[in-house]
Design a protein around this ligand. Structure first.
Ligand SMILES: *[C@@H]1O[C@H](CO)[C@@H](O)[C@H](O)[C@H]1NC(C)=O
Length: 606
């Protein structure tokens, strides 16, 4: 008796009575033999489900997802109210050619000044080569895609001989890269490059199809049951712009983890600190960009997988609005929380790649009614548009981080932004964060379970990593009623956010509650489970996934150990342009304080 919990209808919630609740995760940190034993037990009939059920109770799962009366109807995919057009933008045609969109995005950037970029030592701080630097180098005869390909191939080979294995790419074919580079070089010789992205090197996460590579999702078996015959939609859009694909980037198996730990192929190292994780699941995409080897990468983000590693590796990662990019040809095409998004070392490069890949699928155009895609016009005076932006901050949440370096650096960035551009900070409250976490877990878990079940039942389940098997044991325990409850919560939490967006334009948080965690040496061979680390890494991530909102992470400095810190900007539905504009302004404030990663390669000059 007395188990039932009743929620009042969302419109009647007294916001002044909402209290911030710290996350209280009860789960063991396991590696090595004990971890393997644990997985063996939770997969044992009868006993296994009992243990999973006990762990769920400890974490208040039943209270939230089983015993609560939720008055709202389910929302099975993000549903957005119509949005006002954004000011100061350049419209892009999602049905037009990617090359033409990229050309318009290019025209929306500030003037490119080769002198300031090529005369090197005027500024003592570190600076990544941008896409426009490569473009300039190719057009001025300073370099060719073929010379750059040569440098990249030797770096990748150097990586592949490291012990223990720590690959950036898990599918790589030097001949294939040379061929693409030769074709691009020829286009430059003939004076007809396809776009500003021609000859630009990009890595594709291993759960997105990039022909002729297999898509394994970092498993050891996915290619046995699923073959790749063509590029994913996003990849083919990049290819038509002349992009050169270096191969398939390493990741946390099936995207089901936030560290990037990978016992199958080896764990990618953080370019700023090789004894630390990159964050995940897009570990390879973030690391290959942060080490300067590729200008950009595509990742997928169902629970922070683009933003977490981008933040931990000190680069920019964009989670697009749900439905903004076409998921065709990816391993996660049927879920309700995942999207494909670009990672690059600067906001302008993210913007160029985003312009190429965007465009909803036909089905999503009908059901989601996307707002027209656009980018901020950064070539005109932005001060009015920036100055009128209101930024929402939930201070108690914002400050709930592992080390105060993170909240302080993020806070400093916002103060500087207000001082420089006049943006207004507004205190907000985001209720039901715990419910949001559980609703997201049940959604992504049930959807993953649904797509993997046929292969797991077919004997592939035991060929997954122990980490994935732990997740799958949890996902199997979710009921259909849990899934529906999660969707009812999605409607509630959407309401809260749409109310917040009446008062502010953007919600700001640290991207992660922790900088790059150390890799326990005992976790390299068989992986690990550490829900405390996961909790810190996902602390601010989930609204964008459960509600489909766009979000971007932009570097704002380093903690005391020199590890990168990211600030997250969460935008209104379809408002990628607004968060790109703001991210670009923040990036500019920190341009002079960038550190060169320990693992960095100048592949433009060799
Ligand atoms: C951006 O704004 C400037 C100044 O108003 C204008 O000249 C330019 O054409 C705009 N860019 C695009 C791509 O529309």
């Amino acid at each position: 008796m007395g188990k039932k919990r009743v929620m009042v209808p969302v419109q009647e919630v007294d916001m002044s009575a909402v209290k911030y609740q710290q996350e209280d995760i009860q789960a063991p940190h396991l590696t090595g033999f004990v971890f393997k034993l644990f997985v063996w037990i939770i997969e044992t009939p009868l006993i296994g489900p009992l243990i999973v059920s006990f762990l769920k109770k400890q974490n208040k799962f039943d209270e939230l997802m089983q015993n609560t009366d939720i008055p709202e109807a389910p929302m099975f995919r993000p549903e957005f109210p119509p949005q006002e057009p954004e000011p100061g933008v350049v419209m892009l045609d999602e049905e037009g050619k990617p090359e033409e969109r990229v050309e318009l995005a290019l025209k929306s950037l500030p003037q490119y000044d080769p002198a300031s970029c090529w005369n090197g030592d005027s500024s003592p701080s570190f600076r990544y080569w941008k896409i426009r630097d490569y473009a300039y180098a190719y057009r001025s005869g300073h370099a060719t895609p073929t010379t750059v390909a040569g440098h990249i191939i030797s770096v990748i080979k150097e990586f592949s001989s490291k012990k223990p294995a720590q690959p950036l790419l898990i599918s790589f074919d030097a001949e294939e890269v040379r061929k693409q580079a030769a074709a691009s070089t020829r286009r430059f010789e003939e004076g007809c490059p396809l776009s500003i992205l021609d000859g630009i090197f990009v890595a594709i996460k291993d759960d997105i199809d990039c022909y002729p590579h297999a898509s394994k999702g970092a498993t050891t078996w996915m290619h046995e049951v699923r073959s790749v015959r063509k590029d994913a939609v996003c990849v083919s859009r990049l290819r038509s712009c002349g992009v050169i694909f270096v191969g398939k980037a390493n990741m946390h198996e099936l995207g089901l983890g936030t560290t990037g730990n990978n016992p199958n192929y080896g764990t990618t190292r953080n370019p700023h600190a090789p004894e630390r994780y990159t964050g995940g699941s897009s570990s390879g995409p973030a690391a290959i960009v942060a080490s300067g080897i590729c200008s950009a990468a595509l990742g997928t983000d169902g629970g922070g997988s683009v933003r977490i590693p981008s933040s931990l590796c000190g680069v920019v990662g964009l989670k697009t609005t749900y439905g903004r990019t076409d998921m065709g040809g990816s391993l996660c095409g049927s879920g309700t929380v995942e999207i494909i998004g670009p990672i690059a070392s600067s906001v302008e490069d993210v913007m160029l790649v985003y312009s190429a890949i965007l465009g909803s699928s036909l089905a999503d155009r009908i059901s989601l009614k996307p707002g027209p895609p656009c980018v901020p016009n950064l070539s005109c005076d932005n001060s009015n548009t920036l100055g009128s932006m209101r930024l929402g901050k939930y201070t108690e949440w914002f400050n709930d981080v592992y080390s105060t370096d993170i909240s302080e650096k993020c806070e400093d960035a916002l103060n500087l932004l207000s001082k420089t551009h006049g943006c207004e900070m507004v205190e907000i409250v985001v209720p039901e964060l715990e419910e949001m976490r559980s609703a997201h877990l049940v959604s992504i878990g049930s959807e993953t379970q649904c797509s993997l079940n046929p292969d797991c039942e077919d004997g592939k389940g035991s060929r997954l990593t122990y980490d994935t098997r732990t997740s799958m044991a949890l996902f199997r325990s979710f009921s259909a009623a849990n899934y529906v409850a999660a969707q009812c919560l999605r409607r509630r939490i959407m309401y809260y956010h749409m109310e917040i967006f009446k008062k502010v334009d953007v919600i700001v948080t640290p991207t992660t509650g922790m900088t790059a965690p150390k890799i326990p040496s005992s976790a390299l061979k068989d992986g690990e489970t550490d829900m405390h680390v996961t909790g810190y890494l996902m602390r601010f991530i989930l609204a964008a996934n459960l509600l489909g909102l766009p979000a971007i992470t932009v570097p704002v400095g380093y903690d005391k150990q020199g590890l990168p810190i990211g600030l997250q900007l969460i935008g209104r539905p379809w408002a990628e342009a607004s968060i790109l504009r703001l991210a670009s302004a923040i990036e500019e404030l920190f341009a002079e304080s960038k550190k060169r990663p320990v693992s960095y390669f100048d592949v433009l000059n060799g």
